[in-house]
Design a protein around this ligand. Structure first.
Ligand code: 5GP
Length: 253
């Protein structure tokens, strides 16, 4: 059997050529990295959970008319996606202060922001994904003014959807990052949500206790990451509630 062609390998995912033109297969690894890959670990089960959770969020977005690259889940770790031209920006939406904005502006973690704030980082690991202004984006030609307006509108729709879905299961959406890609259809180009939406790229706090259920658990050594992601998956009903993570193959009599 011919080996399939690897298109790109990132920190948490691998992209392979898809079965049909215009498609890719996105494979979710168990690798976790933080602080621009200075901290690394393999966390058993993370890839399976993120594949499921990203499927759940992307399917929901597609259903309410927010276009995404997601086509279908193929198996435990892989999903079929549309090939898109990724805009080299991380689009971040914040509802409450945390992480880099809390540090930059001296805000208290968890403080409500006056309104959702959309910000952009230039996707370049060697520079640590620096924050950029809209002026930079247009001047360097990463996106046009129209694209920028469309990206902000798309990001805010994703925010409303995710915040609502999360609140419904007792989770506060503090912030998240998405990536956006271009899809060409004849003479038209449209922007779609790409990459992944998972607890790797969101901050999720339990509404009542404030417990962190996202990658900060790994970044800050707050406990078991798989348990945190499993809790999110269970609450959303994307995994049966009695799932346990066997660390080794188990013989069943
Ligand atoms: P911050 O700028 O506060 O570090 O991150 C804001 C939000 O975007 C957080 O939810 C964080 O997880 C997400 N985020 C920022 N940069 C990255 C990145 O390079 N990869 C991933 N997966 N998420 C990111």
């Amino acid at each position: 059997m011919a080996r399939r062609k690897k298109i790109y390998e990132g920190k948490a995912k691998i992209l392979y050529e898809g079965p049909e033109p215009g498609t890719y297969v996105q494979y979710f690894k168990d690798d976790a990295t933080a602080f621009n890959a200075e901290k690394k670990a393999v966390i058993e089960g993370k890839g399976v959970l993120n594949n499921r959770l990203s499927e759940f969020f992307m399917t929901g977005l597609n259903t309410i008319g927010v276009p995404t690259h997601f086509l279908k889940r193929l198996n435990m770790r892989e999903q079929l996606i549309r090939q898109v031209e990724i805009i080299p920006l991380e689009v971040i939406v914040r509802n409450f202060a945390a992480g880099s904005i809390a540090k930059r502006l001296g805000l208290e973690e968890g403080a409500a922001l006056p309104r959702p704030i959309v910000e952009f980082s230039y996707k370049e690991d060697s520079l640590g994904d620096p924050l950029v202004t809209e002026e930079y984006i247009i001047a360097f030609g990463w996106a046009s003014q129209q694209d920028l307006d469309d990206m902000i509108a798309l990001a805010l729709r994703v925010n409303d959807f995710l915040a609502g879905v999360m609140y419904g299961v007792g989770i506060k959406l503090i912030d998240f990052k998405i990536e956006i890609g271009r899809v060409y259809e004849g003479d038209f180009m449209r922007l779609v949500v790409a990459d992944e939406i998972s607890p790797d790229s969101c901050r999720l706090w339990d509404v009542k206790t404030g417990q962190k259920l996202d990658k900060d658990v790994f970044r800050r050594d707050l406990g078991n990451l798989t348990d945190a992601y499993t809790e999110v998956a269970k609450r959303l009903g994307v995994m049966p509630s009695n799932v346990t993570h066997a660390t080794k193959p188990t013989l069943i009599n």
